[in-house]
Design a protein around this ligand. Structure first.
Ligand code: ZN
Length: 205
């Protein structure tokens, strides 16, 4: 059975950019509900033995498991999203990842512009991700609803932002671009992305 992973910081640690009220609902209610529903759906079945990633990949291949896929993927996506932010985040990427961002996107400001454009343009609910693809190139991809690169692609996620309305509505109402500015300028956790990048490169080597 899965448990709700704790936030990596206090509920009020991202203020004023993301309020404690938003994090309290987003983590304590939305994320928790995905954990509870997943547990309900697997209780007493052989699926209980699988890790979360194994469960997501198995459910993704089975069209009768859509509800299980949605809830299990949302556990993983939210945990990854929390770690994609940090109090006093919004610095610039450094080291090898910083260099590769310059190479693949032109500059960090070009990256930010494109990430914001793609995240803003994602229709309805979903996520915007920075991934390292199988060819060793950085890409920005968006996914709908609970879809996640770990389910059926070779893309390795380095960073994500949640663009479900529940992410920003209490603080920014319908102004998703204003939330995205706050995410990129004040919250994005490049140390987390860098550690994912280093791990992916070590695995590929
Ligand atoms: Zn969410």
């Amino acid at each position: 059975m899965f448990t709700l992973p704790p936030l990596p910081y206090a509920e009020d640690a991202l203020e004023p950019h993301v309020s404690a009220r938003t994090l309290s609902f987003h983590h304590g209610k939305h994320h928790k509900t995905y954990v509870d529903k997943t547990n309900e759906l697997i209780e007493g079945t052989e699926l209980e033995k699988l890790s979360l990633v194994e469960l997501i990949r198995k459910a993704a291949k089975d069209e009768d498991s859509q509800a299980l896929f949605n809830n299990a993927a949302q556990i993983w996506n939210h945990d990854f999203y929390w770690r994609s932010m940090a109090p006093k985040g919004g610095q610039e990427p450094k080291g090898a990842l910083g260099k590769q961002i310059d190479k693949d996107f032109g500059s960090y400001s070009d990256f930010k512009k494109l990430f914001k454009e793609k995240a803003a343009a994602q229709f309805g609910s979903g996520y915007c991700w920075l991934v390292l693809n199988a060819g060793g190139k950085l890409k920005i991809v968006t996914t709908a609803n609970a879809e996640t690169p770990i389910a059926g692609t070779k893309d390795v996620p380095l960073l994500t932002t949640d663009v479900w309305e529940h992410t920003y509505y209490l603080d920014y109402q319908n102004k998703r671009p204003a939330y995205l500015d706050a995410f990129l300028d004040h919250l994005v956790n490049w140390e987390f992305a860098e550690s994912n990048f280093e791990a992916a490169r070590a695995e590929a080597a």
